[in-house]
Design a protein around this ligand. Structure first.
Ligand code: KG4
Ligand code: ZN
Length: 347
């Protein structure tokens, strides 16, 4: 049994699972003291998606200066432990972050803990004043994942539904690419959708007529492609058509998520819904989830916008909770590109 830590601790958090190099400093009693991030988005934009090797090399370049800077900003405090994203994610990117984290922990003579990236997303709303109490349902929607999880405590996770094909963010990214809109697609599609005409195109709501809580988004992407190709044939290949397709696509994603979340809450007899991951920054999705929640007497919780997408504050927070419970990992615990949330231990 790990021994609980009963004194306050100051933790350096490091995130590098995909295309953001991020650092944060979290105090177990005072909360988040500082966080900083360098996004590689521009580096990958010209390729239309994240190039793993480019990502790893850039993490190596950016992490050390980011750490130096955040330590200087906070007055070079004594760090008691290091928390780093150990998975899931791109293996080279994870190895870059974990090597830096483990080396610092070794040099400083402090423990290090490998954090599950999706546990970070799932607990991100805990960084807000209005933090949810357990138990709750978490909808985790990012570039790599779309999951509905029953959460009874830290590490007490039961997967209720998963995507059968594309993740929600991936569908946004691929749809944007098809329409020639650039990368990453989520923020671009959601911005355009604001000006789109509701009802010009109506997309199906995938999986809602099937029982269960699994999700599927690749059909919507194909529907968007077919709609666009038909518009091209009819000579409607213009920005208004792109905008109207974005609107219809976003409404369909939001509508499907709202129905699935209502089902999950009702099935589990719970009333709190946490929504996190990059796609939870989407305004239409938030609006439809809030409306569904208000109608059914549920409450919704989101991270602040900057903590919806990848960041180290959530990793520092999750790592701190595990360190306080006495967890730490040996030097050989480096990266786990594939790692199920359900494998985590309860604390
Ligand atoms: O959580 P995240 O930063 O990285 C992963 O762990 O995957 O999520 C990134 C994903 C991308 O697919 C991006 O297009 C999507 O989140 N995203 C959005 C929005 N902002 C980011 N999707 C829809 N609407 C947004 N406003
Ligand atoms: Zn993420």
């Amino acid at each position: 049994m790990p021994t609980k830590v009963d004194k306050p601790i100051l933790v350096l958090g490091i995130e590098s699972s995909c295309d953001e190099s991020a650092v944060a400093i979290y105090h177990s009693e005072q909360g988040l003291l500082a966080h900083n991030l360098y996004s590689q988005v521009e580096l990958h934009a010209k390729y239309g998606g994240v190039v793993p090797e480019v990502a790893s090399r850039d993490h190596i370049r950016k992490l050390a200066p980011l750490i130096e800077q955040i330590l200087a900003e906070t007055g070079n405090p004594k760090i008691d432990a290091v928390a780093y994203t150990a998975g899931p994610g791109l293996v080279g990117a994870l190895l870059a972050g974990s090597a830096v984290a483990r080396s610092l922990a070794f040099a400083w003579g402090v423990p290090a803990v490998g954090v599950h990236h999706m546990e970070g997303h799932l607990l991100a709303p805990m960084l807000e004043e209005n933090a949810p109490k357990f138990p709750f349902i978490a909808l985790l929607v990012s570039g790599g994942h779309s999951m509905l999880v029953r959460v009874d405590g830290i590490g007490k996770y039961r997967l209720l539904g998963d995507t059968l094909d594309d993740a929600a963010g991936e569908a946004f990214d691929k749809t944007a690419k098809m329409l020639g809109l650039g990368y990453p697609g989520g923020p671009i599609v959601s911005k355009l959708a604001l000006q789109g005409e509701t009802g010009r195109f109506v997309f199906p709501r995938p999986m809602i007529d099937r029982p269960g809580l699994d999700l599927s988004f690749s059909g919507l992407k194909t529907f968007a492609l077919n709609t666009w190709q038909k518009a091209v044939q009819n000579g409607d290949e213009n920005d208004q058509t792109r905008t109207d397709i974005c609107r219809a696509f976003e409404l369909a994603v939001a509508g499907t998520l709202a129905i699935k979340c209502r089902r999950a809450l009702q099935q589990e007899g719970l009333s709190r819904l946490v929504v996190s991951g990059g796609v939870s920054a989407n305004r239409e999705i938030r609006a439809q989830l809030d409306e569904m929640a208000a109608k059914n007497g549920f409450a919704t919780f989101y991270p602040r916008l900057e903590f919806c997408t990848d960041n180290a504050a959530m990793i520092a927070y999750a790592g701190t909770q595990r360190l306080l419970a006495g967890e730490q990992n040996d030097l050989d615990f480096a990266a786990k590109p594939r790692w199920s949330l359900e494998e985590l231990s309860a604390i």
